[in-house]
Design a protein around this ligand. Structure first.
Ligand SMILES: O=C(O)CC1=CCC(=O)O1
Length: 263
């Protein structure tokens, strides 16, 4: 197991592929850890350096006391990439991972040459909505919220199948403080103006059954970035890399090819 230790947090990372391959860094969503990408990773072209990490308060990373700011989450991504000497990478961020991608691209263009912004937006929800979510979390824990979370994450077909069980368990076992801390970071994030100033290749992915970041909101994000590509995945919810890994990997591979980021 690889752990990168910093002054305020220790981050669990997993690297697959050769050290000298083109780097692809993955940022996962609220309540998920780096296993979010397990279905997609084996379907990507060989020879890439695939870097995954558990954001603070999730997976095997440590869980500093909440609340977190988006600045800390962006800094964690930056620290992981600096520590692994991963420059000029494609950053694939899903949901809060997509917020981190936007913040990182605005701050460190030397690290990020292109982004995949998946099931995300320039701003996700309102402060009132996130305050309510944190209150519900503190009142009943994640197990009391997991049915509603599955409704946002997955299409009816997937969430009514046995395949949903491990993903439900993943969110139910997420540290409550980590979930609350990252919820606070989302509540305080608004990337409309910085993302509108980004000039880099971007693929923006939406799912037409996404109950957290609906397609119109994701489309609005794509419209902020000149030249971005927008893909709507039909039948997929908030986590299309889980529901439709083959189609998701096909979109990533086509984008990698277009931007010349293949081995
Ligand atoms: O609302 C959810 O459960 C999904 C979600 C919103 C932000 C994020 O990262 O995940």
């Amino acid at each position: 197991m690889d752990v990168l230790t910093f002054d305020d947090v220790a981050l669990h990372v997993q690297v697959d592929g050769p050290d000298d391959g083109p780097a692809v860094v993955f940022g996962n969503s609220l309540g998920t850890d780096l296993r979010l990408w397990d279905p997609v990773v084996p379907l990507l072209p060989k020879g890439l350096r695939l870097i995954r990490y558990d954001k603070r308060g999730h997976g095997l990373s440590t869980c500093p006391a909440p609340p977190y700011g988006m600045g800390a989450l962006v800094r964690d991504a930056e620290r992981v990439m600096d520590a692994l000497e991963a420059r000029d990478a494609l950053f694939v961020g899903l949901s809060i991972g997509g917020l981190i991608a936007q913040g990182l691209a605005a701050k460190r263009l030397d690290l990020v040459r292109a982004v995949v912004l998946s099931n995300t937006a320039a701003k996700i929800g309102t402060r009132a909505m996130w305050d309510e979510r944190i209150a519900a979390l503190r009142a009943g824990g994640l197990a009391s919220m997991s049915d509603a979370i599955m409704e946002r994450w997955f299409s009816p077909a997937f969430r009514n199948s046995p395949a949903v069980a491990p993903w439900k368990r993943m969110v139910e076992t997420c540290p409550e403080d980590g979930y609350a801390g990252c919820s606070a970071a989302i509540a305080g994030s608004d990337f409309y103006s910085t993302t509108a100033a980004l000039r880099l290749p971007a693929l923006v992915i939406a799912g037409d059954r996404d109950g957290a970041t609906p397609p119109d909101l994701v489309r609005e994000l794509a419209d902020l970035i000149p030249g971005s590509r927008f893909e709507l995945m039909r039948g997929a919810g908030h986590l299309p890399c889980v529901e439709q890994p083959e189609a998701y990997a096909t979109h990533l591979t086509a984008f990698l090819n277009d931007i010349g980021h293949l081995p």
